[in-house]
Design a protein around this ligand. Structure first.
Ligand SMILES: Nc1ncnc2c1ncn2[C@@H]1O[C@H](COP(=O)(O)OP(=O)(O)OP(=O)(O)O)[C@@H](O)[C@H]1O
Ligand SMILES: Nc1ncnc2c1ncn2[C@@H]1O[C@H](COP(=O)(O)OP(=O)(O)OP(=O)(O)O)[C@@H](O)[C@H]1O
Ligand SMILES: [Mg+2]
Ligand SMILES: [Mg+2]
Lengths: 228, 228
């Protein structure tokens, strides 16, 4: 489903802020796998996630998603792929600050042209699944850090994506709420959705059937294991 | 040093987003204590931290900081107190997006009227202490999540505050980087600085000599223990 081959990413080439963030990543992820990505701060995890999520292109190397070469897609095709196949939970949430939690979660469905009544019902359900039924009308700055994180999760899931990419999805959640979110991800994994999540917490990585460790822009270990 | 008495905080009184976030908090923290605050998402921890940090006022109740009643201070006096006494690491970092890591860390010293040469030297040292000596010229969007978090930490410490308030300071950090940051906080604690940090990770709470648990806007447990 996902095939990266010798992928490099260099930021700010030729400037003062030039950083060779990914230095040759070759990785294949099959449909239905539950993968955890770990590694130290600055090692390249979010950069890798942004490439997987078609939010950025490699500087060199190839990325095949469901058989299609991402490097050859137009901007419009990339946007369409993101909207139809992928759900993305950003490390910094990326919520729209002037709109309510409900409207933030409706966004992926607006892009698909869903009717307002259907969108609202699905967004409502997605928010209830992460325990935010009582906060739907709040804007992000009227929500706690962990509640904002859960709105980002609800938004990633509302479109029933085939691939869920989550960058530190429990970074702001207490253990009980984390467990609820991970149980939800596990359920999705069992229904055939491919889950790739970045985490720095070993307890969260326990839920995965495979752990990739990234260090200085390369994969230094790739182990399969029995998930929790 | 810090005395909260029957503090309540109600957001959005009279609107749809009315939330009674703190429901009678009475807590005293003595100079040099190292306190961890834990609790579920949405329980009121950041709200409590914002009050302690003089970034917001209680709806009712009193807050004495170093003998002065915060409720009676003018906006100018509050700003001055914040700048001179407190260092604050925000849950969402609150960095200025168009300026470099170095300039972000210089900010508290600019408010104090420090000379540019002194400011730069101190900001540089603060960034080096959190391992960002190679990223000083980068703006926040040229930094990883954990690097942004460390810039926020460096900024909170550059003014050598008497009280360090840190809201989930290791939420985006891998275990090795977390350990380095906590060792730094511990060092500060031993030099007499009062440290109050919110965390959802038990390993981080281990460094504290006292743990407060918040639930639905009240303190439900307050235990002293031997720190790590
Ligand atoms: N400006 C606001 N208007 C209305 N409600 C708010 C506002 N800010 C916060 N809240 C609500 O107040 C409650 C407490 O929020 P707070 O940010 O203190 O929680 P928290 O314990 O820090 O949570 P987390 O662990 O998720 O960061 C939450 O239920 C939140 O929805
Ligand atoms: N736009 C950019 N310009 C220059 N360098 C960048 C840019 N974005 C990221 N970097 C650098 O690339 C490296 C990898 O960043 P990335 O965000 O992938 O790290 P990460 O593994 O997600 O870290 P964290 O665990 O702290 O979130 C970092 O050293 C960072 O400073
Ligand atoms: Mg990251
Ligand atoms: Mg909070």
């Amino acid at each position: 489903l996902i095939e990266l081959r010798d992928v490099h990413k260099i930021y700010g080439q030729g400037t003062e802020a030039e950083v060779h963030a990914l230095r040759g990543i070759t990785v294949a992820i099959t449909r239905g796998e539950f993968v955890a990505i770990m590694g130290t701060s600055g090692s390249g995890k979010s950069t890798l996630m942004n490439l997987l999520g078609c939010l950025d292109r490699p500087t060199s190397g190839s990325y095949h998603l469901a058989g299609r070469e991402i490097a050859r897609m137009s901007k419009g095709e990339l946007a369409e792929t993101r909207n139809e196949v992928l759900g993305f939970v950003f490390q910094n949430f990326n919520l729209l600050s002037r709109t309510s939690a409900l409207e933030n979660v409706e966004l992926p469905l607006i892009y698909r042209g869903e009717k307002s009544k259907v969108r609202k019902a699905r967004a409502k359900e997605s928010l209830e699944r992460v325990g935010l039924g009582q906060r739907m009308g709040h804007t992000p700055n009227q929500l706690s850090g962990g509640q904002q994180q859960r709105v980002a999760i609800a938004r990633a899931l509302v479109g029933k994506p085939e691939v869920l990419l989550a960058d530190e999805p429990t970074g702001n959640l207490d253990s009980r709420t984390s467990t609820e979110v991970m149980a939800l991800f596990q359920e999705l994994g069992e229904s055939g959705i491919t889950v790739v999540l970045v985490t720095h917490e070993p307890d969260i990585a326990e839920y995965a059937s495979r752990v990739l460790v990234v260090k200085d822009g390369v994969v230094v270990s790739d182990e399969r294991k029995t998930p929790k």
